[in-house]
Design a protein around this ligand. Structure first.
Ligand code: DX5
Ligand code: ZN
Length: 215
């Protein structure tokens, strides 16, 4: 079954406890935490102190998506804040291989993210060191955008690359995921779906998590 990682970017920050309870009731597999620095992406969210406080609200693993330049500077801070998975962008730092090893040295999971305009060649030789690849299906920075259809082909190519080189690596797809397109994304090879708007703006967010899981 596909895993669901609700993105709290679309949560109600004035009543975040309620949203965390909802994600527990809906049996979310992971919680997707979007960290933005205003440089790598044109938006700013939150940093380690906020993640640390949220960590006390649930046992669900934190899937932390770092949309920040030079992520190596902050890896330790996010580990201490309670990240279970740390994903960096392949073009946010020069030595991705080193940063992945840095993340793994703390005994947590490591991911690399690829933007819609990027190919997969930068990660081919990194696959054996990774736990997941986060394929962006929108340009990072904002929730509520539409799924870029070419991502489907990229998922299929990546799936094949993973099969040959590192069969345990998971494919996570992030951006514009809805109940309508989820079946096609899963069929193409996605193992984890991130969904912000589709879940938090749904009439019944809890049952939306359940419905997305069925795909
Ligand atoms: C975008 C973020 C996504 C975003 C997805 O930069 O990485 O995680 O929250 O939001 P939706 O599901 O609304 O496209
Ligand atoms: Zn994200």
């Amino acid at each position: 079954m596909v895993k669901i990682s609700p993105s709290i970017l679309s949560a109600d920050f004035t009543n975040i406890k309620k949203d965390f309870r909802m994600m527990e009731d809906g049996e979310a597999d992971l919680i997707h935490v979007d960290v933005m620095d205003g440089h790598y992406v044109p938006n700013i969210t939150f940093g380690p102190p906020v993640v640390k406080q949220y960590r006390n609200l649930t046992e669900i693993p934190f899937d932390v998506h770092l949309m920040i330049e030079k992520p190596e500077i902050y890896i330790e801070d996010f580990v201490k804040a309670g990240a279970d998975i740390l994903t960096i962008h392949s073009d946010a730092t020069i030595h991705t291989h080193r940063v992945i090893q840095q993340i793994k040295s703390y005994g947590i999971q490591a991911g690399i993210s690829i933007n819609p305009g990027q190919g997969l060649e930068d990660i081919e030789y990194l696959l054996p060191y990774l736990d997941l690849v986060l394929l962006m299906s929108v340009n990072p920075g904002f929730g509520g955008q539409s799924f870029i259809p070419e991502t489907l082909e990229k998922i299929k190519i990546l799936k094949e690359m993973i099969r040959k080189k590192a069969p345990n690596v998971l494919i996570e797809v992030d951006g514009g995921v809805t109940l309508d397109n989820a079946p096609t994304i899963v069929e193409a090879g996605a193992d984890i779906l991130v969904a912000g708007t589709a879940i938090f703006k749904a009439k019944d967010p809890k049952s939306m998590i359940q419905k997305l899981k069925m795909e």
